[in-house]
Design a protein around this ligand. Structure first.
Ligand SMILES: *Cc1c(COP(=O)(O)O)cnc(C)c1O
Length: 489
């Protein structure tokens, strides 16, 4: 048998092969979705043993390669849409996001230059313009889609760093870091995402540059401590690059007091970046939009659409209040964004991104907005926040469960606690709750988060899934209690 051309193209043979491959894959997904288990429960060792790459001189052909992926990948995947899959900020995806992926993948546009993605470039720019209006920024198109929160935070911190040095007449882009770098600080709360530290290390300033501001009992940045840390920094001759505020901390969903932070920073000409990777979803909320009060004041913003916007991974955005700051990272590449192109007004998004070749992830959000409309999008976002409040109430009524913190977004922090366990001490109580999480995942029945809130080891339910009801969570909590009793016995 002669080898078929493996490339996706317009020939009859290729389009037929494409239809078959996609049909085979999507049929397998449809069947997998009906699997009742959240996870088949194989251990690390079992999967290592089972999964092998079959790369041979002949090749298996598309159909067999797809069959093997179904057998070795799909069947042992985690069902993120399962009502008992609530450990992480990891969402089930919109059906229309799947359709968008088909279009994104088949067209394989690249967002770095207009001649590689003509309509896609315009759609992304219009979507950035629209997102800016949602935030309350001035009209414009400063911003870009990213691979997610980590990259968006990097962009915010990098531009804050470069703007800070530019004010002192120094171009980091041209000349690199100079001066007494040990004196440079970024402030964020104790509960800010770890990508702040990682990114500061990448930017050449190290973990040591990050000063952690204390939080209140709801994990929100404490303004008194912020003022104190600012005064201390000043007294020590330190210079503050940026304050990173969080809108939706990863565990508690806490939203820092954005307006007050922005006002404090403005007095001192300090850049404020808001990490709204999670809480940014409230931009579309009907009931909770006011939680983001003050967002329009800050210099840059991280949004993630692969969290409570229900888009497939990856899909995030970075928004920049003032377009002039993009000059700090401009690079002119003759083959992508030549002066000639720019003089003619050709938009080449490479100058707004850290990436060069880049996926057209914006299409997912665009199609999601159009398909669901304002009302339904608001409903599926608000669902989780409201459900978390109901679950917290229910948890606080159960004798063997203890609510560790009042929910703020869509997560519930709680722990299993009986008198006997309390008597055994804090360490035993912490280990016991950790064990509940481990046993549940091993059984394949539930994925519940285990984390720490103010030194207390607790369980976490992240209630993003809009199809999950209070009844589903009652079933899950009964399973938690039953598992605990089995462990205790
Ligand atoms: C998830 C998250 C991030 C990281 O985003 P990625 O998309 O995973 O890179 C950053 N900050 C917060 C608050 C998050 O919840």
């Amino acid at each position: 048998m002669s080898r078929l051309n493996p490339i996706l193209a317009g020939s009859a043979q290729s389009t037929e092969a494409y239809r078959q491959a996609i049909a085979q894959s999507s049929e397998a997904v449809a069947q997998w979705l009906q699997q009742p288990e959240m996870y088949q429960g194989k251990t690390v060792a079992e999967l290592r043993e089972r999964i092998t790459l079959d790369f041979n001189p002949q090749g298996l052909g598309n159909q067999a390669a797809i069959e093997r992926a179904i057998e070795y990948f799909l069947k042992d995947s985690l069902a993120v849409h399962h009502p008992q899959c609530v450990a992480h900020l990891h969402c089930p995806s919109l059906v229309v996001s799947q359709a968008a992926e088909v279009l994104i993948n088949a067209t394989n546009q690249s967002m770095d230059s207009w001649d590689q993605s003509p309509s896609a470039t315009i759609i992304e720019m219009k979507l950035i313009e629209w997102l800016r209006t949602q935030v309350g920024y001035q009209p414009g198109d400063a911003g870009v889609f990213t691979s997610g929160g980590t990259q968006s935070n990097l962009m915010g911190l990098m531009l804050a760093r470069d703007a800070f040095f530019a004010r002192q007449g120094h171009s980091i882009q041209q000349d690199g870091l100079v001066g007494n770098l040990k004196k440079i600080r970024v402030l964020c709360s104790e509960h800010a995402h770890f990508s702040v530290q990682k990114n500061m290390a990448l930017l050449g300033l190290g973990y040591q540059s990050v000063t952690l501001v204390k939080t209140d009992r709801f994990s929100r940045m404490d303004l008194n401590d912020l003022q104190e840390k600012l005064a201390q920094a000043e007294a020590n001759g330190e210079q503050i690059l940026a304050i990173v505020a969080t809108a939706g901390t990863t565990d508690a969903g806490a939203i820092d007091p954005l307006r007050a932070i922005a006002e404090l920073a403005a007095e001192r000409q300090i850049w404020v970046h808001v990490d709204a990777a999670w809480g940014g979803a409230l931009l579309l909320s009907e009931k909770y939009r006011d939680y983001l009060d003050g967002l329009e004041l800050v210099d840059s913003i991280t949004l993630d659409f692969h969290k409570q916007f229900f888009q497939t991974i990856s899909c995030g955005a970075f928004l920049l209040k003032e377009a002039r700051h993009y000059e700090l990272m401009r690079y002119q590449a003759a083959y992508l964004n030549s002066e000639f192109d720019e003089a003619q007004g050709v938009p080449n998004l490479v100058s707004k991104s850290l990436q060069t070749t880049r996926r057209f992830d914006a299409l997912k959000l665009w199609m999601g907005l159009e398909a669901l409309g304002q009302k339904q999008y608001a409903e599926i976002i608000d669902h989780g926040v409201t459900l978390a409040q109901e679950v917290a109430q229910y948890v606080s009524e159960q004798p063997s469960l203890e609510l560790v913190m009042q929910p703020q977004l869509a997560s519930v922090l709680f722990r299993y606690r009986t008198q006997q366990l309390s008597d055994a001490g804090d360490t035993a109580l912490a280990l016991f709750n950790q064990k509940i999480g481990d046993v549940l995942l091993e059984s394949g029945r539930a994925n519940v988060g285990v984390t720490e809130a103010d030194g207390v080891t607790c369980l976490k339910l992240t209630l993003l899934n809009p199809t999950v009801t209070l009844e589903d969570i009652k079933v899950l909590l009964a399973l938690v209690e039953k598992t605990a009793e089995q462990i205790a016995a």
